[in-house]
Design a protein around this ligand. Structure first.
Ligand SMILES: Cc1cc2nc3c(=O)[nH]c(=O)nc-3n(C[C@H](O)[C@H](O)[C@H](O)COP(=O)(O)OP(=O)(O)OC[C@H]3O[C@@H](n4cnc5c(N)ncnc54)[C@H](O)[C@@H]3O)c2cc1C
Length: 446
């Protein structure tokens, strides 16, 4: 007990708060494992305590980076290797503001140096194969990494086959999705800048489930805010495959009506079947009509990232990875912990960066317990808050708390928890930016 309190003093209040939700009954065990270093880690400071196991993490987005960080923070010297194909972390949250011209790509880009500093090995590479039997992964180029436990947070990939001509149009650069942040974000910004005043920006939204339920409606708002200011004769056309707005419906309807009447038109049940071209314009082919656009932004239908599929982990609707929610292990392959958007969501659980961060904490705590031969926390609780900008400055939020239900073996929302904004506010816009900074810091050990 005496040792624990001295350790606790060495860890910032923010870190304790950030990690608290999923840690549950493992708190004492995990804190004891942080004794070695000034930043609350053991291996980074060169402590001589032996590693309790090797964990390879595939994917340095919200889920994977958080797992790497918390395995080091809580882990009693877990040997962590994070493999990510991109050199830097580029955040989808806030990227819609880059598309609107209200933030820069630099504002949403962070390095992996914080994770390096806490002792995680960061490898830039593309994992092309997982050998669950031999417990090793192979990178393009042939290098192999062995593991005791594997964490996989690959995000989503696209179901190109669902929309005729889409993959070729995206490959050629004629159409962008901007549903993975980075080059695609900048490409859409450039298309908007080149669009003539009086042009049409059409945004196609796939049927749910997809990554970030409110994200497309936020994008429609911030693009409309930009066009209203810079190219006021232009139009925003929202072609939604869903029968209605899938998140924060009343708040987005209000924003569409109050801020963007005359600029933005919302069409439900408008599923995109095919894309094409006609007389220089891009064409969105729906079931009963074709819509012309100067800029056509297609959010494609999605499924778990390709590496989850090729590893045989996708077992639900041929799209998602079913997991055991107490450990986040794939139903199809115990020993492989799958996080974030790639999972088949529990009821009312959104595919969000915040939720991927929470999944990672459940997994990190469970992996440490398993490596030590201890029982895993039987009652994890996770939470989510999604902020959306409805203009360059004003935002709204929806929040939820999810508790593990042992009888149904899934997470269920806690009755009376969470909530939704009563109206869009500038204060919420400031809180949304603070949420992003805090979540990046928590995820990346910044
Ligand atoms: C426009 C937009 C706005 C959003 N806004 C919000 C928001 O405000 N709040 C919120 O909580 N969420 C938001 N989201 C959702 C959020 O971005 C995702 O839910 C989150 O990124 C999921 O985390 P993940 O770890 O599952 O996947 P990702 O963060 O996508 O990470 C996956 C990583 O794995 C890497 N990878 C994949 N396969 C391999 C491989 N084979 N080898 C090596 N690396 C690989 C990828 O390069 C990627 O870096 C938004 C999304 C979008 C598109």
């Amino acid at each position: 007990m005496k040792r624990m309190s001295s350790v606790t003093r060495g860890i910032s209040r923010r870190r304790l708060l950030a990690g608290g939700s999923a840690l549950g009954g493992l708190a004492a065990l995990s804190l004891a494992g942080c004794a070695g270093g000034p930043s609350g880690t053991s291996g980074a400071s060169g402590t001589s305590s032996a590693s309790i196991g090797r964990v390879v993490v595939i994917g340095g987005g919200f889920g994977g980076a958080t797992a790497a960080r918390y395995l080091r923070l809580w882990g009693g010297n877990v040997d962590v290797t994070l493999i990510e194909r991109n050199p830097d972390f580029v955040s989808c949250p806030i990227s819609n503001l880059v598309i609107g011209g209200f933030k820069t790509i630099g504002d949403v880009t962070r390095s992996y140096d914080g994770l390096r500093a806490v002792g995680a090995q960061i490898v830039q590479g593309d994992v092309v194969a997982i050998d669950a039997g031999a417990r090793k992964v192979r990178l393009a180029g042939g290098t192999e990494y062995g593991y005791d436990r594997l964490v996989l947070s690959p995000g989503i990939d696209f179901m190109w086959e669902q929309v005729g001509g889409l993959q070729a149009a995206v490959d050629s650069g004629a159409i962008v999705h901007s549903w993975k942040a980075g080059a695609q974000t900048l490409a859409l910004r450039r298309q908007l800048e080149s669009m003539p005043d009086g042009g049409v920006f059409a945004l196609s939204i796939p049927k749910a489930p997809y990554r970030c339920p409110p994200g497309p409606y936020e994008r429609a708002c911030v693009v409309a805010a930009y066009l209203a200011q810079a190219k006021p004769r232009s139009k925003v056309l929202v072609l939604d495959a869903n029968p209605e707005i899938t998140s924060k419906k009343g708040l987005f309807e209000k924003a569409f009506k109050e801020h963007y009447a005359g600029i933005l038109e919302y069409r439900p049940n408008a599923e995109l079947k095919e894309v094409g071209r006609q007389a220089g314009a891009l064409l969105a082919k729906l079931e009963f009509e074709d819509v012309k656009a100067d800029v056509l932004n297609v959010v494609p239908p999605q499924r778990a990232g390709d590496i989850a599929r090729s590893a045989g982990l996708v077992n639900i609707n041929d799209r998602w990875v079913g997991v055991d929610w107490l450990t986040m292990q794939a139903q199809a392959a115990p020993g492989i912990h799958v996080l974030g958007d790639a999972t088949f969501s529990a009821p009312l659980m959104p595919k969000s960066g915040h939720m991927a961060n929470q999944h990672a904490k459940v997994a990190a705590a469970a992996i440490i317990a398993q490596l030590r031969g201890d029982a895993v926390n039987p009652t994890p609780v996770v939470m989510n808050t999604c902020y959306s900008f409805v203009s360059a400055s004003d935002a709204v939020h929806v929040a939820s708390v999810h508790q593990y239900d042992a009888a149904e073996k899934t997470f269920k929302t806690v009755p009376g928890s969470g909530g939704v904004s009563s109206a869009a506010r500038r204060t919420e816009g400031r809180i949304a930016l603070a949420w992003a900074e805090n979540t990046w810091a928590d995820t990346l050990a910044l």
